[in-house]
Design a protein around this ligand. Structure first.
Ligand code: M6R
Length: 610
């Protein structure tokens, strides 16, 4: 939930560290700090607030050195204070630590260390690590001292560690928190994610759990927790550094919303061949296995959970496979029933969400096959599942997920086509119709993006409302949930997503002339007429109706105060098109309110703690 970056180089690393932290700020922004070694002294500056705010107070540019570590915090243990900001040091000011994760046994360790005479300055779990290493340094060299300290620690960590007495060495370690190594020319890096260091190197090593890396500017060695050296593959990343920049957009969220036609086109690319769906070799599940699946369980959190609900609808409706969607955080703490032909799918943009990783690990205990749908190559989820389908959204920096969501829907749609073919629940003509439908989506999305005026007008009229309701039915019920989540996250306006017909069982009491009600009502043979009835119910009580309707709809504009049109498409695909105006609505409202859209309060991009 925090961001970590570190560099060891042949020249001053100040700018690289500062920029790296700025790229990582989406992961946590309640406090920030840096540590450099100059000569054999640790020089630390840190403070409460965002990077630029703290920079104004402490002037990070005064820190100089060829080696440094930095941290941006999203607090878990200890309030947001300067003392609790990272880096943390030992009693002698010789060991400096930045940490992402939670040390579960820190309180026992802290008591033990205090009895031995260690003095603590913060309320964090992290400081324990610096003192534990210090304690081990009495009898061991630094690598061994780190290894011994980590073997006492329970919980999750990604660590960057500097030693004043070894000014050319950067040590990193990970367990259940993301950390990568970047191999540069005459310099090496550690970071919480790839984009933060991509302008310096695209050669990446993914650390696995319980691994320790020892970096100098021209060497890297990786060890397991027993001290045995491990060979590691160096991956070449194809994302460009530019992809992780704003490119003239006011916010990453807006840029990422506008990238969706390209993101969906990339996600489809080469996966549709002669009206067949073909996934790459990392998909890893054979046709014979897929034919046998008789149940699917999907685990995910947040926006990815909404994508999962949409997937449930597609898989049951078209491939006729019973599908259940579980919050990953709930799944991990019960004893789910798994049959031998149950497939468990984990959906995650980052591939690092702690609850989703834990749910996947729980599923694996039952011996069932697992598949991940993920946006980040080499992330934890992709490495522990039997197969992977990558969404090709590119780096998503805005905390509010947008392009990752619609590409997840596209992947679920392709997977449904594949299963429907193998299970013979659809014939070739129907499959061709589905494929023709999704091929049109990138262009259709562009037309939605090009007609932003009505959405802007709604934002201008209603940005000062305190509440709102989002209604949808069938495949568009999860889109109502997603629209409400987007608004809550970036504008801090209370919003509820509801199945349109369920509203009359309670929430209708909330409707009055101050309540904007967003109704997703594309033309379809299933629920359209019923949704018209639901619109009447809201209208009769004075609610302000903002409808998302199909382009040729003549009825809805007569009933709704505002109508935002989306192109005609298949019912299952209407969810992708309907999601985009809701993202834009949330964005424009938050912008009118002057919110910090890419870094909303209390949130972080990847929730890597329970
Ligand atoms: O990286 P993941 O998809 O696993 O993340 C799951 C949620 O934390 C994430 O979708 C969160 O809800 C977003 N902020 C939504 O915009």
């Amino acid at each position: 939930m925090c961001g970590i970056v570190g560099v060891v180089s042949g020249s001053n690393v100040n700018e690289k560290l500062f920029n790296g932290l700025s790229n990582l700020e989406y992961r946590g922004y309640d406090s920030v700090g840096m540590c450099f070694i100059n000569g054999s002294n640790l020089n630390i500056k840190k403070g409460v607030g965002k990077l630029e705010e703290v920079h104004k107070k402490v002037d990070f540019s005064k820190l100089k050195g060829n080696i440094g570590i930095g941290h941006c915090r999203w607090s878990t243990h200890g309030r947001v204070t300067e003392k609790n900001a990272h880096p943390h040091v030992d009693c002698k000011n010789k060991v400096s630590v930045v940490h992402n994760g939670i040390i579960e046994n820190y309180s026992e360790l802290k008591d033990e260390l205090i009895k031995k005479g260690h003095k603590f300055c913060s309320q964090t779990d992290t400081e324990v690590i610096a003192h534990l290493i210090e304690d081990n340094l009495k009898n061991s060299r630094i690598e061994e001292a780190v290894r011994l300290a980590l073997s006492r620690i329970e919980g999750s960590y990604a660590l960057g560690i500097l030693f004043a007495d070894e000014p050319g060495k950067l040590i990193a370690a990970r367990n259940e928190s993301p950390l990568i190594i970047g191999i540069g020319k005459n310099e090496n890096f550690i970071a919480s994610d790839v984009p933060s260091i991509l302008s310096h190197t695209n050669k990446i090593i993914y650390l696995d759990d319980r691994e320790i890396a020892v970096l100098t500017r021209n060497s890297h060695k990786i060890f397991d927790i027993s001290g045995k050296q491990k060979p590691k593959k160096i991956h070449t990343i194809k994302w460009s550094a530019e992809a992780a920049k704003k490119e003239g957009y006011k916010h990453f969220m807006l840029k990422e919303i506008h990238e969706q036609p390209r993101a969906i086109a990339d996600t489809l690319n080469e996966r549709i061949q002669n009206s067949h769906v073909v996934f790459e070799k990392e998909f890893g599940l054979s046709d014979d296995y897929l034919k046998k699946i008789n149940r699917i369980v999907i685990v995910a959190c947040g926006t990815s959970w909404h994508a999962a609900l949409t997937g449930e609808f597609m898989l049951e409706e078209l491939a006729k496979i019973p599908t259940e969607v579980e919050y990953a955080s709930e799944f991990r703490y019960r004893h789910p029933l798994m049959g031998k032909n149950t497939l468990v799918i984990a959906i995650s943009q980052s591939g690092e969400t702690a609850d989703t990783i834990a749910a996947l690990k729980e599923a694996k205990k039952y011996g069932v096959k697992t598949l991940s749908i993920c946006n980040v190559m080499g992330s934890s989820i992709t490495r522990i599942s039997d197969g992977v389908i990558y969404t090709r959204a590119g780096p998503e920096i805005g905390v509010a997920s947008t392009k990752a969501f619609t590409t997840q829907l596209a992947v679920l749609y392709l997977f449904t086509i594949l299963l429907s073919k193998l299970k013979k629940t659809l014939n070739q003509e129907q499959i061709k119709g589905m494929i023709d439908g999704i091929r049109k989506i990138p262009l259709q999305l562009q037309t939605v993006l090009d007609e932003d005026d009505e959405i802007l007008e709604c934002a201008e009229l209603y940005y000062n409302k305190l509440n709102s309701i989002y209604l949808g039915r069938g495949i568009n019920f999860p889109i109502a949930l997603e629209g409400a989540l987007k608004l809550k996250e970036v504008s801090y306006i209370h919003a509820e997503g509801y199945p349109a017909a369920e509203m009359k069982h309670g929430p209708i009491a909330l409707i009055d002339k101050n309540m904007p009600v967003v109704v997703i009502a594309p033309h379809d043979v299933y629920t359209y007429k019923k949704v018209l009835g639901n619109i009447e119910e809201v209208k009769a009580r004075g609610g302000i109706i903002i409808a998302i309707a199909s382009e040729d709809d003549k009825l809805i504009p007569k009933k709704a105060k505002h109508t935002i049109f989306i192109p005609k498409t298949l019912y299952t695909l209407s969810s992708i098109l309907a999601a985009v105006p809701l993202q834009l609505l949330a964005y424009h409202i938050a912008d009118k309110l002057g919110r910090d859209i890419d870094k909303p309060r209390n949130l972080a991009k990847s929730v890597v703690v329970e």
